[in-house]
Design a protein around this ligand. Structure first.
Ligand code: GCV
Length: 686
């Protein structure tokens, strides 16, 4: 063949390959087909078939034996654990279950893709949490609450007759990082999910997920017995109500024998619950637990409760749930958000972690970026998750980290679980922003092993998602690792919190106050800015929320000399001229931090642009566009917050810092955009 023809064909091939990089393959972009030899002895199952197929297609090393083993040491690793041993002449993956073999297969392939295989292998893994669950806030009309990546993945209108190929791809992606459960529908649950018609649809999804080791769970509406069951009440102590739930559970398990259980948001933000009948959360949760128990199901009962009349929303989950500790059935687990208010860019941990000792408690993290720039901003969340999991609660003395008090190791509960609110949708790249995939990935990896560092997770993800070029690795990792702190700086430094635009939670609206609305949904409730200063006093002279933490944390947080500066305005109301540790006034420090956040986003743009020749054209352009939006938004945040707070501080922005580019009156008149409009990135006034 002539040289120019070959060149021409090569060009077409390159163009074709570049086009294929739409992000749809996530971190599973295995490049090279293989001729792997895979031996399997034992009882085959759909799950072992998948493990064999994955390895056959991708593995490029020595022959592999997959062994279902009853060996004592292997059994001690639990159902999902595995051991991989061997070297150049052969590798063995052993587990006591087919799921463990699948996790082992994915683990080995990940090591291969990350270039992390040595000449000999001897790895033992078992997951930190038994249940590693995604929560989908997906509605039955396919809208997704706080979802920024298109419509829901679940095509309810076509189910059960039509099965989207994406169900399998989703299950595969989850299995590859060890996620083993999915709550399919929104916690603001429509009772319709429990009708026979929708249970058939859920069954169709469960049938696909099963082989990948993923159980289906459903969010349920506490009023279902009345709304779809035709009963007069949904009172959990009513015999007919109890019977209704028992029959409903039996109906579900007939269709979905490995059904995981229910997730419940009760008496929170307008959802019905046991309080409607003068009953407690324990009464409600236990009734559902009794219905599920004969089938092995669990209840995940959320502690996200707060009452508009309280002076401090941050205290309430603790106040309401602590008196109930020990009163729940043993198949109930309390699901608690990482922070006491609501998935802010930074919060201290919710004090229920460590305090509730006679009831298992599971963390709920938010993968979708409700308060972190939707799918427009690049914010790698592993550092946030890691900071939370590694914080010491001191519940049983030093070393009682949030991870240790929730993974079963310290409190000895038999159920251990962790949930992440999913960021997936119908977009071709699944998460809206190519880098948002890393947050799904990070959640799965930390749920499996909470000892992993964020830097390690970033490195793994970049290698699999973008390649292993050294410069690329260094730059992308640098950008990802700085991104969470950057967002904190340009949105709400020093632990300012909830100063977002009310409702959609995208941009800044620290001034918004409508006396006819719930106070605790509006920014001034949280920042409490006045001419005397700014911040929420949660010490003994204020709401005393500090008292909910164990010693010595409560003293550490209460004392200005020891309170970490990154939590300062969460716990203290301080004068504008308060002296920070570096000698600056509080006001100046706020200005510097906002400026630093803006600078970081500009730096991210530069870093990314330098990587143009190392990234495929489509993903490069998409991320560049998003970084531009992020840099613009960072300026908007800085100007809105500083100009507004300046009306109280009456202090100048330090003269060496860049001046605001927007005017406060115009920003305050900014029309309240819809989420869909925001995602287009063109909403800011010029
Ligand atoms: C699903 C916050 C969000 C709501 C969400 C709620 C919850 O308030 O803004 O959209 O509702 O948390 O976690 O239940």
């Amino acid at each position: 063949m002539k040289r120019h023809v070959i060149l021409f064909l090569a060009l077409i091939l390159t163009a074709f390959c570049a086009q294929a990089e739409d992000g749809s393959k996530l971190w599973l972009r295995y490049q090279t087909a293989s001729n792997a030899t895979i031996k399997f002895s034992g009882k085959k199952s759909p799950t072992t078939d998948i493990a064999i197929n994955e390895l056959s297609a991708q593995w490029r090393g020595a022959p592999i034996s997959l062994a279902l083993s009853t060996n004592k040491e292997i059994k001690a690793l639990g159902n999902d654990g595995f051991r991989i041993t061997g070297g150049e002449s052969g590798v063995t993956i052993a587990s006591s279950s087919d799921k463990g073999l699948l996790y082992g297969a994915f683990h080995l392939l990940r090591l291969q893709e990350c270039g992390a295989l040595g000449a000999t292998i001897d790895i033992t893994e078992s997951p930190a949490y038994r249940l590693r669950i995604l929560n989908h806030w997906d509605n039955l009309d396919r809208s997704v609450e706080r979802g920024y990546a298109g419509k829901s993945l679940w095509e309810w209108e076509k189910l059960p007759a039509e099965i989207s190929p994406r169900y399998r791809e989703y299950a595969r992606a989850n299995a590859s990082i060890g996620i083993n459960g999915s709550v399919l529908n929104n916690v603001n649950a429509s009772p319709t999910i429990l009708t026979p018609e929708y249970l058939q649809k859920a069954k169709a999804i469960a049938d696909i997920f099963r082989a990948w080791g993923i159980r289906v769970y459903l969010s349920v509406n506490f009023s279902s017995p009345k709304i779809i069951g035709g009963l007069e009440t949904s009172d959990p102590l009513d015999k007919n109500v109890q019977l209704w739930w028992k029959q409903k559970a039996a109906e579900i398990y007939k269709l979905i024998p490995d059904f995981g259980g229910f997730l419940v948001k009760a008496n929170s933000e307008g959802q019905p619950g046991p309080h409607d009948f003068g009953r407690t959360h324990a009464d409600g949760a236990n009734m559902l637990a009794d219905a599920l128990a004969p089938h092995g199901g669990i209840v995940m009962w959320r502690a996200f409760v707060y009452n508009p009349l309280s002076d401090d929303r941050a205290r309430q989950a603790y106040e309401e749930f602590m008196p109930l500790d020990g009163k729940f059935r043993n198949n109930v687990i309390i699901q608690v958000k990482n922070g006491p208010v609501d998935f802010q860019p930074r919060e201290p941990f919710t004090p229920l972690f460590g305090a509730m000792q006679r009831t298992p408690v599971m963390p709920e993290l938010q993968i979708t970026q409700e308060y972190l720039g939707f799918s427009n901003h690049l914010v790698f969340l592993a550092p946030l998750f890691e900071e939370f999991l590694k914080t010491d609660t001191y519940a049983r003395g030093q070393g009682s980290t949030v991870a240790a008090v929730t993974d079963g190791s310290l409190m000895g509960h038999s159920i251990s679980a962790i949930a992440g609110v999913a960021n997936t949708g119908s977009d071709s790249n699944w998460c809206g922003h190519h880098f948002a995939q890393s947050n799904w990935y990070a959640f799965g990896r930390l749920a499996w092993n909470h000892k992993l560092s964020s830097a390690h997770i970033a490195d793994e993800w970049i290698r699999q998602t973008f390649g292993d070029d050294n410069l690329l690795l260094k730059n992308l990792s640098d950008m990802m690792m700085r991104s969470r702190e950057a967002a904190v700086d340009y949105m709400m430094p020093l632990c300012l919190h909830h100063i977002f635009s009310t409702n959609h939670h995208y941009g800044p609206e620290p001034w918004f106050w409508n006396p006819n609305m719930r106070r605790d949904w509006q920014p001034p409730y949280y920042h409490k800015a006045d001419s005397a200063g700014v911040g929420f006093n949660r010490t003994s002279t204020g709401s005393n929320a500090v008292a909910q933490y164990f010693s010595p944390l409560r003293e550490t947080y209460a004392n200005l000399a020891t309170c970490p500066e990154n939590l300062l305005l969460w716990f203290h109301h301080l004068p504008w001229d308060y002296k920070m540790k570096n000698g600056r006034t509080l006001w100046d420090e706020l200005c510097y931090r906002y400026a630093r956040g803006v600078d970081e986003t500009r730096d991210f743009q530069k870093i990314w642009d330098r990587m143009e020749h190392k990234v495929d054209a489509d993903r490069f352009a998409a991320v560049r566009h998003k970084l531009q939006i992020q840099a613009r938004d960072a300026i908007w945040w800085r100007d809105a917050c500083l100009l507004y707070f300046q009306t109280f501080s009456a202090m100048p922005i330090p003269f060496e810092l860049e001046r605001p580019v927007y005017d406060l009156p115009r920003l305050m008149k900014q029309p309240r955009s819809t989420e869909a409009y925001i995602l287009e990135g063109n909403y800011l006034i010029k």
